[in-house]
Design a protein. Structure first.
Length: 120
């Protein structure tokens, strides 16, 4: 197998991986953008249940449950931020590798044209 076909195979593999990572990144972006809306909705719902009542009274169980959900969504949001950053980094690395392989492939084709007898 020639070095050109190995480079082409590597570039094809990286392109498929980059496409898959890009798809995953878009899915994470969608989840990421939905989280602030959900957090805002929960905060509004909590506020609607909170009344200026007796400060010594036990917290309303509905409010406690909503606050728990809010904390859970905030934790999920932080997790999504981390996953989003990691996926974006991986896409950048894959794009750099793909660009490097494309440059190697182009350099190999130039060498093949310059070498009498063609490719290896």
């Amino acid at each position: 197998m020639s070095s050109r076909s190995v480079t082409a195979d590597d570039q094809h593999r990286l392109s498929r991986t980059l496409l898959r990572q890009t798809h995953d990144l878009r899915a994470l972006e969608s989840l990421y953008s939905a989280q602030p809306r959900e957090v805002g909705r929960l905060r509004a719902e909590i506020a609607s249940f909170q009344e200026p009542s007796d400060p010594g009274a036990a917290p309303d169980p509905i409010v406690a449950q909503l606050e728990s959900q809010l904390r859970q969504h905030e934790a999920e949001f932080r997790n999504l931020e981390s996953r989003f950053d990691q996926a974006a980094f991986e896409c950048d690395v894959l794009q750099d590798q793909s660009d490097h392989l494309a440059e190697e492939g182009a350099a190999g084709r130039r060498r093949d044209r310059a070498t009498p007898g063609g490719s290896e």
